[in-house]
Design a protein around this ligand. Structure first.
Ligand SMILES: [Fe+2]
Ligand SMILES: [Fe+2]
Length: 270
């Protein structure tokens, strides 16, 4: 039986241009980390908002096992039939009942080895949906009877809410990976009871931008303090992600390693 799960979690894909770029680089990343399970956040693929069947099938064709989404998945009406039909494209679990879609899924890697992926969304500076803490408690009970390899995508705005959930669930899940803010944080760590954690995994998409949006539009928003038409950025594509090793006997994480490919330039251009 598999003793270790080499999990890759790729951060929010912004725009369709990022898909062929991911395709060109994913084999290298997979072989570097010997990955046997891939989760991708796809909430911003289709023109920056949501995901449709076309993009989901593209990602499944690359070997992606589960696609998570987030608040922007609701902006695209075509995402809803996909969420209703495809249990491996999940949306935050703590939206009120009767919204379409699934908030967690359990995927078999091989007979007897499976991984549960759950998505929760924060409430600080976001839509006031159901409590992510109590939602996690409620659903983890029954999930744990099926598998103890559990990964949570926590889609939230504030670092304090993300860190609080991480401490609350340390030892109860294998990993908690933050998404939504599109900037990778420098706090990847294994918490004392074995949960791997990063506040935000970062963005996969155009870095010649403000978190994926046109720089000009974003600056105009800041200067004028009024809504401006959303415009997707182009150029300087990069992939943000983390590699997490999960011990399939203890279901705790052994390591977490963030990456941005290609890496940022950290000295001045000459
Ligand atoms: Fe996002
Ligand atoms: Fe989001």
């Amino acid at each position: 039986m598999l003793t270790k799960i080499n999990l890759l979690f790729i951060g929010d894909i912004v725009g369709e241009d990022a898909l062929p770029f991911l395709k060109d680089n994913l084999d290298k990343i997979k072989s570097k980390y010997k990955s046997n399970f891939i989760i991708v956040n796809g909430e911003n693929i289709k023109e920056g908002k949501g995901i449709t069947e076309v993009e989901a099938n593209f990602l499944f064709g690359l070997g992606v096992n589960v696609i998570t989404t987030g608040n922007h998945v609701w902006d695209n009406w075509k995402a809803r039939p996909l969420l209703s039909r495809e249990s491996k494209v999940i949306r935050p679990l703590n939206y009120p009942p009767n919204n379409p879609g699934f908030g967690y899924t359990i995927v078999d890697i091989e007979p007897g080895v499976s991984v549960a992926v759950m998505q929760l969304q924060g409430r600080s500076l976001m839509t006031p949906i159901d409590c992510p803490f109590r939602t996690a408690d409620h659903f983890l009970k029954s999930i744990r009877e099926k598998t103890q390899n559990i990964v949570i995508d926590f889609h939230a705005e504030t670092t304090s809410e993300k860190m609080s959930l991480a401490w609350y669930l340390d030892g109860k899940v294998s990993a908690i990976v933050g998404t939504h803010t599109h900037i990778q944080t420098a706090d990847a760590q294994i918490l004392p009871n074995g949960t791997a954690y990063i506040t935000d995994v970062g963005m996969t998409g155009p870095y010649n931008s403000v978190i994926g949006m046109s720089k000009e539009v974003s600056i105009k928003r800041m200067l004028l303090q009024t809504p401006q038409k959303f415009e997707l950025a182009t150029g300087d594509l990069r992939i943000s992600g983390v590699h997490i090793e999960i011990d399939n006997l203890t279901h705790q994480s052994m390591s977490i390693q963030p990456f941005i490919i290609p890496e940022f330039q950290k000295v001045a251009f000459v």
